[in-house]
Ligand binder design. Sequence first.
Ligand code: BGC
Length: 741
Amino acid sequence: MSNRRKIITPEIAARVEELLAKMTLEEKIGQLNQVGPTPVGGVDLTLAEWKRMLDAGKITRAEYDKAVAGIPMDAQEDDVRAGRIGSFLVLKGAEKCNRMQRIAVEESRLGIPLLLGLDVVHGLRTIFPIPLAEACSWNEEVFENSAAIAAKEAVATGLNWTFAPMVDIARDARWGRIAEGAGEDPLLTSRFAAAKVRGFQGPDLSAPDRIAACAKHFAAYGAAIGGRDYNSADISLQTLHEVYLPPFEAASDAGAATFMGAFNDINGVPCTTNPYLYKDILRGAWGFDGMVVSDASAVAEVVAHGTAADRGDAAAQSLAAGMDMDMGCRCYIENLADRLQRGEISLQQIDDAVRHVLGVKFALGLFEHPYVDPTLADRLYLCAEHRAAARDAARRSMVLLKNDGLLPLAPDAKLLVVGGLAAERGEMLGTWAAMGRGEDTACLLDGLDARGVQYEYLPCYTVNHENHTIGEFDPAGLAEAIAKADFVIAALGETRNMSGEASSLCEIGLAGGQDALVAALAAAGKPFAAVLFNGRPLAIPHVDAAANAVLEAWHLGTEAGHAICDVLFGDHNPGGRLTVTFPHHTGECPRYYNHVSTGRPAGEIRHSCKYMDAPITPLYPFGHGLSYTEFAYENLTVREENGMVTAQVTVRNTGARAAEETVQLYVHDRVARRARPVRELKAFAKVWLEPGEEKRVELTFARSALGYYDTAMHFIVEPGDFDIWAGHDSTADLHAVLTVK
Ligand code: BGC
C-alpha cells in the first residue's frame, strides 16, 4: 500500500467546498477546460507559419518574438472573464501570464486563478541535459536540483505548472520519446520520478518559487508496439504493475500534484477513458489527492481510437473514468452540460473533477499569490548559479562507452575536430527546450575555444537548419587535415528533433554521411575519439570498432561544450552509467537487460533465444560506463532481517585517479510461479575512492522488492533462493545467494 504525501489539507478541502458551492454549472465545466493561446486576426501569417520560418532560419528569434507578441488573443480573454477557462498551456512571459491571471482573478465572477502549464522538461532558459542523459548520473541530488532551478525560471516566466517529469519506462530505442524519460529500469526511474517531484514542488508546494509537477504519461506509453509513437500497448497486467507503474507510484507517493493520461490504449482501452488507471490504481490504491489532465487533444482522439461515437461521448467517458481536465480540444466545455442533461454523467462526477482542479490551485497558493514579479526573469535566467548547476549536471551525465587510453586528451597535441554537430549550439538543447536558445549555448567548438585549445575544424557533413537533418559526407580536405593532426575528435549522432515526440525511427544508426565519415577515419588510422550527441541508444558497432574512445554526450543543454571539454581533458572523471541498453542493430529492439528468463537462454548453441546475425550480448549493457580509473569488487555478503535485505561489498579503486563509483546490486529469483527477469536492479550507491583506497559499501532494499504478481494478480514474496550480484554494471559477476525464509 502506498504512502502518499498529501497535498490537500483539511483547510484546503474546506476552502474547495466553500468555493464549489458558489459555482454555476458553466463555471464548473470551465475549470475543467484547458486551452492554448489561439491567435486571431491582425496578422497575415498563422503562429505555426511564423514558427516554421523561425525553425527554417528565415527569421531571427527577435523577429519571431516581435511578430508573435503582436498576435492578439481577445477571444480567449472573454472566455477567461466568463469563467470558461481553468487553465492555459503554452502561455509564456510574465507580462502575458500576469495579464491573463489578472483577468481571471479580478474580472471573473469568482476570481479563480488559472493554472498556467508548459513542458518545462529539462530547464526553462538554462537548459539541463535531456532526462535520458541526466538519468545516467544516477544522482538523485542532480535530478532534484535541476528541477528546482527549472521551477524557479518557470515561475519567472509566469508559469505555475510543468508537464514533467515523464516517467515512462522505455525499452525500445526506436521510440523517440525514450529521450524524455530515465530509461529502461523501474527502480532508477522511480528514484528519478520522486526526485523530480521534490525538485519542482519543494517541501512546500505553495512557496512562490515552486510549481506543480505532472507525472506523465499514465500509463505504459513507452510500451508502444514497435516503438512507434502513439501506438497501442498490449501488455499483461503483471507487466503493467511490475514494470510500468512503479515510477508513477513513486511520483504519487512523493506528492505529485498532477498526473497526465497517456495517448495510447492498453489492451484496447484508451488511457484517457480508463477508470482502472485513475479510480482503482491512482486514487484507490495509491491515495492520490491531486488532479489528472488528459494529453493534448487526447479526449477527442478517443473517437479515432474507435471506442467513442463522437466528441460528446468521448468527453462523457473520459470524465466518468476520472479524467479531470481536458487538454486543448474543448470536448468538455462543448459537451459536458449536454451529457449531464442526458444523464450520461452525474453532477457528482463534474463536482469531483472540479474539486481536484481547485484543490491543486489552493495547494499552489495561487489564491494568495497569483502574479509573478516581472523583473525575476532578468535576474534568474542563465544566472551564474544556474549555469554552474547545468555544467555540473552535464559533466555527470556523460558516459564513457569505450576508451583504449586515448582519453583524457593531452592539451597540447595537434587536434582535428570533424563533424557538423561540433559547431551546432541549438542542437545541444535536445527535445522539449522551447525557451532554450542556441545563442546562449556552448557547442563543442565553444568549449575548446573557452579553454584556449588550438584545433582545426572540418564539418565533413552539415546540419540542415530547415529540417534538422544531417547532410552527406564531404571529404574535401579531410586527408590533409588528418595527416597534420595527432588525433581526431569526431562529433556524431542526432539532431535535437531526431528524438522526442513523433520522432520514432526504424533505423537507429547514424544518419546522412556520418557512416562514410567514420569509414574514412577508420581507413586513415589516426587515433580518434567519437563524441556522440543523441537522444536514444544508437546502433553503432562500427563506431565502437573504429574509434579509440567513444564518449556518450547526449544532448547536454546550455553548458554542453564546456562540460564535454571538462571530460575530454580530464578535469572531470567520467562517471555516468547507461540507463538504457545499446543494441548492435536496430533489429534487436526492444533490447533491455531485465528481460524474463526463457526456456532457451541465448547461448552458443543455435536453438537458443537469439538472432543468428547478431551477437548475444548487447553493444553496451545497462549500467555500463567507464572511468579514468578502475575499480575492483570482492567479498559480497547478503542477509535478510526485519523486512530488509542488506548487502555489503568491498570496492577498491585500483587506478591512479580519485573517482566516484556507482555500485550496482542485481537480483534474480531462482524459482517462482511466473518466470522472473534474469536480473533486476534493486539498489545502488555512490562511493568516492582515492587511488588505492577501498571501502565496504552497504546496499539495502525492502524484502517486498523481491516480490511479484502471481497469475491471479496477487502480490507475493516467496521464500527461496535469490541470486545476488554486485558490481560495476548489469554484467557484474561477483555473486552471493540470499535465502529468504
Ligand atoms: C505531449 C505531452 C505534452 C503536451 C503539451 C503532448 O503532445 O504528449 O507530453 O505535455 O503535448 O505540450
